[in-house]
Design a protein around this ligand. Structure first.
Ligand SMILES: Nc1ncnc2c1ncn2[C@@H]1O[C@H](COP(=O)(O)OP(=O)(O)OP(=O)(O)O)[C@@H](O)[C@H]1O
Length: 298
């Protein structure tokens, strides 16, 4: 399968500052990729280069085999900024008709696009009356003009409530299922953990980790946490059997290395009826993110 986006040894300097230092990555058709990084890590710089808004200092970027900013790349890529701004006096339909005309497409496609993002009912209301989630959907409808192969989304769900976030990701899932590639930046790690296929972590302009959540877990080799709830009166027995466990809110908490996980589970299983419940908590994306970002900062 050919990649929608290919980046190799990309560098960008602003004077003395190396905003990107040798970034290489690919995004396949239908893949949903999250780009994570602290403020100033280089996420926006990377997106601007992909969009052809600023030139790279070195390295190579292609979107569907075309150079960023070329007519072919501009047709293939769409962008949704964090805070979309539309004319409040226009209706959703009028706004999208306007963008379609600017792109040389038929304005009659507007309703279809708005229906695709769940705004069919509200299409004839003024955007000034829309919620933030609805405005973000107008932004997505605008980004979908011309069936882009790559969607670049800069913190697309920031400021949205949990239900709107879930609905927004469901829309992205549908687009990815139809073959669109999605590259999105986010600081909301929990939602990214569940809704993307691959994670990229940028730290000070360098890609310090890349892979699926399970790849990153394997590579980071962070300890696993277990919470063991004892049946009435058995907490001391369990504490004796699990050295290092500490009592927190009625449950015994312990951590062990990945390599000791199965042996520890065996010891807990051996306690039989003394155990009322067990929770095994693998490292979260937040744990992995701080692990890799710290490594990158060293
Ligand atoms: N036009 C510019 N001139 C000089 N320095 C810049 C310019 N644009 C970005 N930088 C610097 O490049 C680095 C990367 O910035 P960038 O905006 O890409 O980070 P980011 O990861 O998008 O951060 P945030 O999460 O805050 O948006 C920062 O140190 C920033 O100050």
């Amino acid at each position: 399968m050919t990649s929608t986006l290919k980046i190799s040894a990309l560098t960008k300097r602003f004077g003395d500052l190396a905003a990107l230092g040798g970034v290489s990555l690919t995004v396949a058709p239908g893949e949903r990729v999250a780009l994570l990084g602290h403020n100033g890590a280089g996420k926006s710089t990377l997106m601007k280069i992909i969009l052809g808004l600023i030139p790279a200092t070195g390295g190579e970027v292609t979107i569907c085999d075309a150079a960023p900013g070329s007519p072919a790349a501009r047709r293939a890529v769409a962008y949704l900024p964090e805070n979309v701004a539309f004319h409040p006096a226009l209706t959703g339909e009028e706004q999208i008709r306007h963008y379609l005309s600017l792109r040389g497409e038929s304005p009659s496609l507007a309703m279809g696009l708005l229906e695709k993002v769940g705004l069919g009912q509200a299409a004839r209301r003024r955007i000034g009356t829309y919620s933030k989630g609805m405005r973000q959907r107008v932004g997505l409808a605008q980004a979908l003009i011309g069936n882009p192969r790559l969607l670049v989304l800069d913190e697309p769900t920031s400021g949205l409530d949990p239900v709107s976030r879930r609905e927004f990701y469901a829309l992205l899932d549908d687009l990815a299922a139809q073959g669109a590639s999605i590259l999105l930046s986010s600081h909301a790690l929990t939602e990214v953990e569940a809704r993307t296929d691959r994670i990229l972590i940028l730290s000070r302009g360098r890609l310090v980790a890349e892979g699926t959540l399970s790849d990153l877990r394997r590579r980071a080799d962070l300890p696993v946490t277990m919470h063991v709830t004892a049946r009435n009166g058995y907490a001391p027995d369990i504490a004796r059997a699990l050295p290092g466990a500490i009592l927190v809110d009625g449950a015994l908490h312990l951590t062990c290395a990945q390599t000791e996980k199965l042996e520890t589970l065996g010891r807990i299983a051996g306690l039989g009826d003394k155990v009322a419940d067990l929770e095994v908590l693998p490292p979260s994306l937040e744990d992995l993110y701080s692990h890799f970002s710290q490594q990158g900062a060293q």
